[in-house]
Design a protein around this ligand. Structure first.
Ligand SMILES: *[C@@H]1O[C@H](CO)[C@@H](O)[C@H](O)[C@H]1NC(C)=O
Ligand SMILES: *[C@@H]1O[C@H](CO)[C@@H](O)[C@H](O)[C@H]1NC(C)=O
Length: 214
């Protein structure tokens, strides 16, 4: 379970949601199925919770071409997933509105953002290496404090790895890195507080605005 959790972190990147246990959650797969079929998503276009991050790191043409339905399905899937959580584990997830806002942003800015240029595996491995380097581990039956530290630190490292990723830096659509970093920040659960990177980006924006208004 925990091993699977860590693999999911690496594979799914930035979305550190594995704390919610859906395997013992009654009606979960039926409800996820309904989220898809009710929005016309069948066959290969069906979405799963674990598959949500891939929406941001793939070709957005199909997704944005069917944004209304996909957005509704994504919100439904995230809500279904969150409903399986406990009062504690729910705090370690982004909200379903965060997911749909991100989708909207990506589709609005799709001319400036190239999801296919993002290598989430590389960034995820970089974050995992930083966890190990800093001796941040998680036990088989983690306490809430332990899960929180692990989740928040992973998110923080993921963010800093994305910020220094050379492939992202080199994307032809030059806003890709900035947009990707901001969407990861948006997925950061409130319980983690603002990360230092997010605040330094905010400070930068504020000082640029100040420079322009002078
Ligand atoms: C969107 O969903 C509705 C059902 O809610 C469905 O009738 C329609 O065909 C779907 N559109 C697409 C493009 O799949
Ligand atoms: C991690 O643990 C190792 C072995 O216990 C220790 O040598 C090292 O200094 C620790 N690293 C950090 C960043 O705490």
């Amino acid at each position: 379970m925990i091993r699977q959790c860590i693999l999911l972190l690496v594979a799914a990147c930035c979305l550190v949601e594995c704390q919610i246990d859906t395997t013992n959650c009654d009606g979960y797969s039926t409800a996820i199925s309904a989220c898809n079929t009710n929005n016309g998503l069948t066959g290969n276009s069906r979405l799963s919770f674990d598959g949500l991050p891939a929406l941001a790191t793939g070709d957005l043409t199909v997704t944005c071409g069917n944004l209304n339905n996909i957005s509704k399905a994504v919100k439904c899937i995230a809500d279904t997933h969150i409903a399986c959580g406990t009062t504690e584990t729910k705090q370690l997830e982004a909200s379903s509105d965060d997911y749909t806002e991100i989708l909207n942003t990506l589709c609005t800015r799709k001319d400036e953002y190239d999801g296919t240029c993002v290598n989430a595996d590389t960034i995820g491995s970089c974050a995992s290496t930083k966890l190990a380097d800093n001796n941040i581990t998680i036990s088989n039956s983690p306490t809430f404090a332990e899960s929180t530290t692990y989740t928040c630190k992973f998110g923080e490292y993921y963010l800093s790895c994305a910020n220094t990723d050379s492939q992202l830096e080199a994307c032809t659509k030059t806003k890709t890195k900035e947009i990707y970093v901001s969407l990861i920040s948006e997925l950061r659960p409130d319980i983690c507080g603002a990360s230092s990177i997010v605040s330094s980006v905010a400070v930068l924006v504020v000082s640029l605005l100040a420079a322009f208004s002078n």
